[in-house]
Design a protein around this ligand. Structure first.
Ligand code: HEM
Length: 403
């Protein structure tokens, strides 16, 4: 079935404001359906049931390596030029390349190593709140949820923080697709990234430091485990992943709490519930709405349908995390939900490498916000809040609050 019928229009503005009714219909009527992405003009199969999402994400017949796709595949053409150079990373590769690339950095992201960052993340969060506390109001995303994870990942990698405004502009161009189908800004942003990293690597070669950039550079110099292009791609992936995700965990999480004052009160009364509250925030409105694309390496039969070689598939994590077969009363936001086996961080070999870091940042950020701003509340009509375009990320454009 090929349809972009209104009933399944994931990209419509009213769907962006609340995608859940459309996903509920899709899980019922068309759990695996071929839609046309209006930005990329590319057909994409979308899976919405929990079990299908999990099965799809662990199915080796779908590839993440575009080199395996037939020439002329639209997805391949879109990622030409600078975006091809930046796409030789673990999230765009299959084993054994995937295993090799992920192993190179996995040690830096284990729960134990990440826990060592707790004092530093706490200090950054306090500093950001110090800067706004006296104002009595802020855009929570701009003033807090965005700069916190960006500062953390920039420090881990060893990227100068004063350059963060540029990254923000470039990652924005890359992650949020152009409405008018003009891909030049994406290509330009890609080129800027490459030039920037090349300059930074040169400086670091002259003056090594104790950071991930220096570590990866020395692996690359040894020659056999990381090529120069893979190094650029790795830096790009870590920086973008650290930019566009945790911001929405904090933003969507606070939005959910303010929308459910009784849950907010429970959390204020028992701050130890924060870990389970963060899991529920990830399930209820996770930052990543659909996974990145996989492609059928050859014709693949899946759930009774044939996905042709080169066609793209994604799993909707938001839809899967609201599947009533898996989560009783999925629309209920319950910070003590148990069990809560959500897949907001994906599933299978590409499960989010940064999950321990994102969880730690989320728990620290939300705990401190509630501790330091006891009168935290929305400063606009909730109906006026706007969500961002596109179906990859799920996050608010702004979150104006008073305290
Ligand atoms: C709440 C915040 C975050 C969420 C919800 C999230 C979600 C995800 C998801 C769903 C995937 C899999 C995508 C797919 O299969 O198509 C993924 C992969 C990945 N994430 Fe995250 N992410 C978050 C934060 C981070 C952070 C802070 C980092 C670290 C800098 C990070 C690094 C990565 C990497 C490197 C991958 C690729 C893993 C692989 O291909 O093996 N993420 N993330």
């Amino acid at each position: 079935m090929s349809t972009n019928a209104n009933r399944h229009d994931l990209w419509a503005p009213e769907t962006r404001a609340n995608p859940l009714p459309v996903y509920a219909r899709m899980r019922q009527e068309a759990p695996l359906v071929r839609l046309v992405d209006p930005y990329f003009k590319d057909p994409v199969w979308v899976a919405t049931r929990y079990k299908d999402a999990v099965d799809l994400l662990r199915d080796p017949r779908f590839t993440k390596d575009m080199r395996k796709l037939p020439d002329g595949t639209p997805s391949k053409q879109l990622r030409a030029g600078s975006m091809q150079v930046l796409n030789q990373h673990m999230l765009m590769s299959d084993p054994p390349d995937h295993t090799r690339l992920r192993t190179l950095v996995s040690k830096a992201f284990t729960p134990r190593r990440v826990e060592e960052l707790r004092p530093r993340i706490t200090a950054i969060a306090h500093r950001l709140l110090d800067a706004v506390q006296a104002h009595g109001s802020m855009d929570l995303l701009d003033a807090f949820a965005f700069p916190l994870p960006v500062t953390v990942i920039a420090e881990m990698l060893g990227v100068p923080l004063e350059d963060q405004d540029q990254f923000r502009e470039w990652t924005n161009a890359i992650v949020h697709p152009p409405i008018d189908g003009n891909f030049e800004p994406i290509q330009k942003a890609g080129q800027r990234f490459i030039q920037y990293f090349q300059g930074l690597l040169e400086r670091r070669r002259a003056e090594p430091r104790d950071d991930l950039l220096t570590d990866l550079m020395s692996v690359e110099e040894k020659g056999d485990r990381l090529s120069p292009v893979e190094l650029l791609s790795m830096l790009f992936l870590l920086l973008v992943a650290g930019h566009e995700t945790t911001v929405n965990l904090i933003g969507n999480g606070i939005w959910a709490l303010l929308k459910h004052p009784e849950q907010l009160e429970r959390l204020r009364a028992r701050p130890a519930l924060i870990d389970s509250a963060v899991e529920e925030m990830l399930r209820y409105r996770g930052p990543v709405e659909t996974t990145t694309q996989r492609w059928a390496a050859q014709d693949v039969e899946f759930r009774g349908q044939v996905i042709r070689a080169g066609e793209a598939v994604v799993a909707s994590l938001l839809a899967a995390n609201h599947d009533p077969e898996q989560f009783p009363e999925p629309e209920r936001f319950d910070i003590t939900r148990e069990p809560n086996r959500h897949i907001a961080f994906g599933f299978g070999i590409h499960f989010c490498l940064g999950a321990p870091l994102a969880r730690l940042e989320g728990t620290i950020a939300i705990t401190l916000l509630l501790e330091r701003l006891p009168r935290l509340r929305l400063s606009v009509d909730p109906a006026g809040l706007r969500w961002r375009d596109g179906i990859l990320m799920h996050g608010l454009q702004r979150l104006p609050v008073a305290f």
